[in-house]
Design a protein around this ligand. Structure first.
Ligand SMILES: Nc1ncnc2c1ncn2[C@@H]1O[C@H](COP(=O)(O)OP(=O)(O)OP(=O)(O)O)[C@@H](O)[C@H]1O
Ligand SMILES: Cc1cn([C@H]2C[C@H](O)[C@@H](COP(=O)(O)O)O2)c(=O)[nH]c1=O
Length: 213
């Protein structure tokens, strides 16, 4: 039985890049590793609807923080059995975004903190009602909001498929989301969190993860 690790952070923080490096290091240490990215674009109607809404489609869908959160939650619910199978078959399963993304962005959108109703509603919806497996560890890739925004912008300029969406264009939302993420980590929301900085050493991080498996 393996462990489930969720990597969290702002748009453009460098989560995907860090996951790739850490996975290489973990495999070099002899660990079996699987990864899943949320939202599951192209594989989940809920993820695709959420993405389209953030690009301006589907009327006023994106105006509702709760409606957007339900779409992201239903995307994950569709992967719950796969997640359990992956954890059974691997030493470590790393998720690029998980339930805390919904708590952080939704709380920030509704101008609440990590201890507010929105984050509590997400925990109840996703872990209790939809039965998603709880992560053994959540990592916050805690980079300055300006750096994350710059990386997201440069990526959008060089890759037309990654043009900035409504959340990425909203600098105030990104700043508030960063604040909620730090509160979630400080409050150990739904379990243990580690904070990882922008210049974290992937080999050192992989070594610490391997010790847990
Ligand atoms: N450590 C780094 N140094 C320099 N550039 C980086 C670093 N990490 C990521 N980047 C660059 O920043 C951009 C965003 O990185 P990445 O796609 O990994 O972020 P992300 O957190 O997964 O983003 P999102 O959540 O928006 O999908 C990419 O163009 C990537 O090449
Ligand atoms: C999984 C998930 C994502 N979000 C937010 C975070 C981003 O701003 C967008 C799209 O995600 P991506 O990683 O940039 O592709 O949606 C969210 O609010 N809730 C979630 O559960």
């Amino acid at each position: 039985m393996g462990i489930l690790i969720a990597l969290e952070g702002l748009d453009g923080a460098g989560k995907r890049t860090l996951v790739e490096k850490v996975v290489r290091e973990l495999r070099a240490l002899g660990r079996t590793v699987a990864t899943v990215d949320f939202p599951r674009y192209g594989r989940s109607i809920h993820a695709d609807l959420a993405s389209e809404a953030l690009k301006g489609e589907h009327g006023d869908l994106a105006a509702s923080a709760n409606a957007m959160a339900v779409l992201f939650a239903l995307d994950r619910a569709g992967a719950a059995d796969d997640l359990r199978d992956l954890v059974a078959a691997n030493d470590i399963v790393i998720l690029d975004r998980y339930v805390a993304s919904n708590a952080a962005y939704g709380a920030a959108r509704t101008r609440q903190g990590a201890d507010g109703d929105f984050a509590a509603w997400i925990a109840e919806l996703e872990f209790e009602r939809l039965g998603l497996p709880a992560p053994d560890l959540q990592l916050l890739l805690d980079v300055p909001v300006e750096l994350a925004a710059q990386r997201a912008r440069l990526r959008g300029e060089s890759d037309a498929t990654r043009a900035l969406d409504a959340y990425e264009r909203d600098g105030d939302l990104q700043a508030r989301t960063g604040g909620v993420y730090r509160e979630l980590a400080d409050n150990s929301w739904q379990g243990t969190w580690w904070r990882v900085t922008a210049n974290a050493d992937p080999a050192e991080l992989a070594g610490r993860m391997a010790e847990l498996s």
